[in-house]
Design a protein around this ligand. Structure first.
Ligand SMILES: NC(=O)c1ccc[n+]([C@@H]2O[C@H](COP(=O)([O-])OP(=O)(O)OC[C@H]3O[C@@H](n4cnc5c(N)ncnc54)[C@H](O)[C@@H]3O)[C@@H](O)[C@H]2O)c1
Ligand SMILES: [Zn+2]
Length: 403
């Protein structure tokens, strides 16, 4: 069909006028009018059971931020709480790996915890709530990881109820002292991955304190769940090229390659520690690793990892967020005579959170398929299914993504 110039002009005008008249889909554009009166919050009301509760959205105080939740990752901690309530929090609004858009801002809130300006429409994530130590800031050079701090999504229930990210709205209250960051320049998947990535940024920072991790290091990463895979992606964005991933799951090993591993070793194919060590050595063309990251919660894997490391090499153990039992090593062969430098790593500091944003931008920049770490996306109403999927150890990262 031939279209003359006049027709084109007419069509463009028509489209522009519809765009102007179209109702806004974003609450921020609609301003306060677009904010509903009630919010839906997934509350863990008993073991292995969430109810979606409806609560009135409270007044937004001068120091508060009302956020329309876009999504939230399911963390191992959520799964522990769902299954066993180890923190005795029931009834509790869970979800701490969340992100969303500011729809209303108290008049005193001008900047985020890094000093970046915030306005309605910006996308944010929360980090720690320093209840016991309100003086600490991200510019404090002391090591201060999340131990001793609270986070939204693990707070006891209160009159506000909008305390967790498994919800459609969350109220960030200045009085609680939460830290938060403006991450508007990151896409939704990257924002959902910030918290687990911060764990690995911290681990790599810990590894760097040994002085052994360098650009040309041979690095073994043992365990290719989300933790090991993100570790590989971070090493890759740092320019480290010689990475061997070790796991028993071929699919995960294949993904490890796409995230930056140069070689993979499937431990199921090698019987006994000597054969496995020989396979790791072969992957580095006849050398042992200069450095290793232990990213499984398996005590036997902790015992094994020393064997993969050369004399004078380094090890970062980060696989035991919770107690996984004792591991046996031979102090003479594994540690003393080899002069291994060992660091442990547990969660992250506020400063690592900010570094994580740079990492995610860089990972995207060099084309690492980070989004594919999120293998399952559930709507809020299917929160119970989401947690069951996590417990069944299906996929990698499970997330709640709101419509
Ligand atoms: N340090 C921290 O702050 C921190 C934070 C979060 C999680 N973690 C820990 O990190 C660990 C890994 O987390 P994830 O989410 O990736 O878990 P995951 O269970 O998804 O992955 C673990 C991987 O290790 C592999 N594995 C098991 N035994 C192995 C062995 N002997 N050799 C090689 N590979 C082996 C499994 O096949 C699996 O792919 C967990 O144990 C968790 O406690 C630590
Ligand atoms: Zn978490």
């Amino acid at each position: 069909m031939a279209v003359n110039e006049q027709d084109v002009e007419q069509i463009v005008k028509q489209i522009l006028s519809t765009m102007g008249a179209a109702p806004s889909t974003s609450a921020s554009v609609g301003g306060q009018g677009a904010i509903p009166k009630t919010a839906h919050v997934a509350v863990l009301t008993s073991l292995k059971h969430f109810d979606i509760k409806e609560y009135p959205i409270p007044e937004v105080g001068d120091d508060d931020i009302l956020v329309k939740v876009e999504g939230c990752g399911v963390c191992g901690t959520d799964a522990h709480e769902y299954k066993n309530d180890p923190f005795s929090l029931i009834p509790v609004a869970l979800g701490h790996e969340g992100t969303g858009e500011i729809v209303k801002l108290g008049k005193n809130v001008k900047k985020d915890s890094a000093g970046k300006e915030v306005k309605v429409g910006d996308k944010i994530v929360t980090c720690m709530i320093f209840k016991d130590n309100p003086d600490i800031t991200m510019f404090d050079l002391n090591k201060q990881n999340v131990g001793g701090a609270d986070v939204y999504g693990l707070l006891p229930d209160d009159d506000c109820h909008l305390n967790g990210w498994f919800a459609d709205y969350i109220l960030i209250r200045g009085a609680l002292g939460s830290t938060f960051f403006n991450v508007s320049d990151l896409d939704l998947d990257s924002r959902i991955l910030i918290e687990p990535c911060a764990v690995l940024i911290h681990a790599v920072e810990r590894a760097k304190t040994t002085g052994i991790l360098r650009f040309n290091s041979r690095v073994a990463v043992q365990g290719c769940g989300p933790i090991g895979l993100i570790c590989i992606a971070i090493l890759r964005t740092m320019g480290i090229e010689n990475i061997t991933a070790v796991d028993g799951n071929e699919q995960r090993l294949a993904f490890a390659k796409r995230l930056g591993a140069s070689k993979t070793v499937n431990f199921m194919e090698h019987k006994g520690i000597e054969a496995l060590t020989a396979a790791v050595e072969a992957s580095f063309d006849g050398h042992l690793a200069d450095f290793a990251f232990q990213c499984t919660g398996n005590p036997g894997a902790h015992s094994n990892v020393y064997k993969f490391i050369r004399n004078g090499g380094g090890l970062c153990e980060l696989g035991f967020f919770i107690n996984g039992g004792d591991a046996t090593i031979n102090p003479h062969f594994d540690l003393c005579s080899k002069e291994i430098t060992l660091v442990g790593s547990w969660v992250y500091t506020l400063r690592d959170y900010a570094t994580t944003f740079d990492f995610l931008r860089r990972a995207k920049g060099i084309g690492l398929p980070m989004s594919e770490l999120i293998t399952h996306r559930f709507p809020l109403e299917q929160i119970n299914e989401a947690l069951e999927t996590n417990l069944a150890m299906k996929g990698l990262k499970i997330a709640i993504v709101n419509k």
